[in-house]
Design a protein around this ligand. Structure first.
Ligand code: UDP
Ligand code: MG
Length: 319
């Protein structure tokens, strides 16, 4: 049985040697049949040279270099497309997710599970802001999402071939991979672990990428924001009706000219709600537009390592 390990890397030249050493140590028990797929997501440092050096040193290491930076989730997809294993293990390059958990995950899979994901019981070495936003985000997502997505899980998981094939058969462009695995079903289970600090380098998830991931997640797994827009519309209708009563009442009783303050209030309230609903609709429309264009998710620039026969595949051709 072949085991594939998939790691997306963007500017991870300093983490790479440690990553490969720890992966090889952690997969020793399955050493005869392991491939490590490293995906260079348009790095601007020497990550690709590092991947080539690792592929020279270890026959089990393969690398692919994307034509440009496409983001964590797409880089991971590219690696998953290239993986050939019966079981597929995915983790981040910065060793925040301990590869040593693999043996526990393999044991769970032997018991018949298709997806074994890591659940972070604690995050070390991350800012309180990141911890707080991540905590809030997973809970909000779960309230809104139509499928239960496990809280506090990232893309650290071991999956079976059939679960992976199910996810790869999903042609969508905005890819929130942890949600997609939750959506396909089969037998799933989580293992708690403590998330370590990065071994080297800085986080590759600035605020802008975090917000994009959050919107991708919400729009891919829920249409509730659209329903909220409708509810807001109803609410404003009711408020408008009450206002109308008040306006006529004052007109008859006091014979007044409508006050400036109430006019301004009403206008700003209604325009605020309109802009909000338009914005929500725009978010979905924009994503629909991107999906409709149906562009390939990524292009592969170069390959290294033994199995260089993987051609440029893209998800849209699978569907
Ligand atoms: N990553 C990537 N492309 C990107 C951003 C990140 O391939 O555009 C990779 C990165 O190299 C790492 C993983 O995604 O292996 C997770 O990123 P990071 O550790 O910076 O995120 P954090 O743990 O801070 O949320
Ligand atoms: Mg990290």
């Amino acid at each position: 049985m072949l085991l594939s390990v998939v790691v997306p890397c963007m500017n991870e030249e300093d983490s790479l040697p440690m990553l490969v050493d720890r992966l090889i140590a952690a997969t020793r028990a399955w050493a005869s049949e392991v491939e490590i797929v490293l995906v260079d997501d348009g790095s601007t440092d020497k990550t690709w040279d590092g991947i080539c050096a690792q592929a020279d040193r270890h026959s089990c290491v393969r690398g692919l270099k994307l034509s440009t930076n496409r983001g964590h989730q797409v880089a991971l997809t590219a690696g998953l497309m290239a993986a050939k294993g019966e079981r597929i293990f995915m983790l981040d390059a910065d060793l925040q997710d301990p590869p040593e958990l693999l043996s526990d995950m393999m044991a769970m899979m032997d018991r018949g599970y298709d997806v074994v994901y890591g659940r972070r019981s604690e995050r070390k070495g991350e800012s309180w802001f990141k911890k707080m936003t991540a905590h809030g985000f997973y809970r909000l997502l779960n309230r809104l999402s139509d499928v239960p997505i496990p809280n506090d899980t990232g893309d650290f998981r071991l999956v079976s071939r059939r679960a992976l094939d199910a996810v790869l058969s999903m042609p969508e462009r905005s890819r929130f991979i942890r949600g997609m695995f939750a959506w396909v079903g089969f037998r799933q289970i989580g293992i708690e672990y403590i998330r370590d600090p990065r071994v080297a380098g800085e986080t590759k998830y600035p605020m802008s990428k975090m917000i994009r991931l959050a919107f991708d997640a919400l729009s891919s797994f829920s249409i509730k924001p659209l329903q909220i827009a409708t509810r807001l519309a109803f609410l404003t209708l009711i408020i408008a009706a009450l206002m109308a009563v008040y306006v006529f009442w004052s007109l008859i009783l006091y014979n007044t000219v409508a006050g400036w303050a109430s006019t301004v209030l009403v206008i700003s309230f209604f325009s605020g709600i309109q802009l909000l609903t338009l914005g929500i609709i725009g978010e979905y429309l924009g994503r629909l537009y991107v999906e409709a264009k149906g562009r390939p998710l990524y292009f592969v620039d170069e390959h290294v390592g033994q199995s260089t026969d993987v051609s440029v595949r893209d998800v849209s051709k699978q569907a």
